[in-house]
Write a protein that binds this ligand. Sequence first.
Ligand code: ATP
Ligand code: MG
Ligand code: MG
Length: 550
Amino acid sequence: KEIISKNFIEQIIEKDLAEGHCDTVHTRFPPEPNGYLHIGHAKSILLNYGLAQKYNGTFNLRFDDTNPTKEKVEFVESIKKDIEWLGADWEDRLFFASDYFEQMYEAAVKLIKKGKAYVCDLLPEEIREYRGTLTEPGKDSPCRNRSIEENLELFENMKNGVYKDGEKVLRARIDMSSPNINMRDPIIYRVAHMNHHRTGDTWCIYPMYDFAHPIEDAIEGITHSICTLEFEDHRPLYDWVVRELEYEMPPKQIEFAKLYLTNVVTGKRYIKRLVEEGIVDGWDDPRLVSIAALRRRGFTPESIKMFVELCGVSKSQSSVDYAMLEYCIREDLKLKRPRMMAVLDPVKLIIDNYPEDEMEYLDIDNNLENESLGTRKVPFGRELYIDREDFMENPPKKYFRLFPGNEVRLMGAYFVKCVSYEKDEDGKVTEIHCTYDPETKCGSGFAGRKVKGTIHWVAAKTAVKAEVRLYENIIDEEKGVYNEDGSLNLNPNSLTVLKDCYLEPNFSDAKAYESFQFVRQGFFCVDARDSRPDALVFNRIVSLKSSFKL
Ligand code: ATP
Ligand code: MG
Ligand code: MG
């Protein structure tokens, strides 16, 4: 469904265009390459890319790699892959903030020359102490009134490696009594003798985010710099930086609320713990909501787009239920993907009156709601597998599936009637015997009698064996995300592995990421990591039923 009303960011952009504050729209997505992207980032990516598209503008991908401690090349590659998969095309506009280190240095020198920045010798804890609190103004650093010449010299020394980490910083000279603590002479450069993944040992001073980000935006000609709400208090500093550096086209920062999902773990810290403790099998474990995990689980870019659109863009913090994401993938796959037969908990069904060595190939629709997907041939024979829950020895009222004496339809095939069954010494049903009525063949127009139940099946002789993994939320919904001791409240049933599932042979050449509806059971996707052509592994993306209503 199209969302008709314009969101508040679109309103700002249209006003800016109308009033001539800008004549084009230029956005960017600025990830720090320090982890995998998650569903929240997907919102930011699609929002920024979508705005550029909508207003015929441009979209940059910029790695905000100004903090060398946590950054890794590995993340640069995974982030690019995820953004590409989502369909946000940065074309040839891939940038790295570290490419602007020289310009940032020059910008800092410019501030010093304007008397707007100074080198400060206070220790980190002293700086914190001098900064004051919400109710108390800050105190001037004894270095605040250093001469421009001295500041230039000291800053150059900082750059040349004269000082140890933390010994000196460069601070913007703004207002120690500002009600906004971010404006109380914030640090804009620090000494850090660290190797950077792109610039190596060229620099031993690095710019702070609040100084670097507006410069990055201005250099690239970003018109609307969209970020999340926690940066609202930093906007005055952002504006101060672009004003003092006298950029001709000052970019504008706009904040929106982060996307939070209920019943899933999004915090990097927690995911890291889950990975390290082996509770999940990596950052792309299908129970997580990193983009890599969603892709592996079987979500499509389209479903994520739909989800992000349904969430909308606002300034108020709220969280969205995971069920809405499930709704979106069901909607996306429902008509697109074939519906085939898979038996997850098999029990043998033998048709006593069907010729022993015969097989026939039935034509079955791939998707009853979408004829364009055509039909396929499905082998049928004397021995089949059906799902254990489709048979009961002593059924309750209203159970219309198979039980002794009852007749059901085998989907796309014949009516069969249960004549007997066998059990092992534990009482487990091992074989169900039926007879079939050749007259009742599906598509023959037979109307002599009706049955109330239809069940799916797979011919035993040609069945493809597969592993199927069922997932539930990793967090126990009932009791909340955390236990009293702060540990994660894990759902012990978040993963169920079914090793002996049988699928119709049409699945045999299913490829990684390919998804299907398993009739009556849900949507499933070939696991890209563990599946092999001769040992298929499927992930359940989502079951068919939903509690979520739009
Ligand atoms: P995280 O700590 O979850 O990785 P982050 O803010 O550190 O988030 P960045 O790489 O700095 O990650 O973020 C890149 C962009 O993604 C930023 O503009 C940020 O505001 C945005 N972003 C991050 N998390 C969310 C979220 N939950 N919803 C919407 N946008 C988000
Ligand atoms: Mg991040
Ligand atoms: Mg960040």
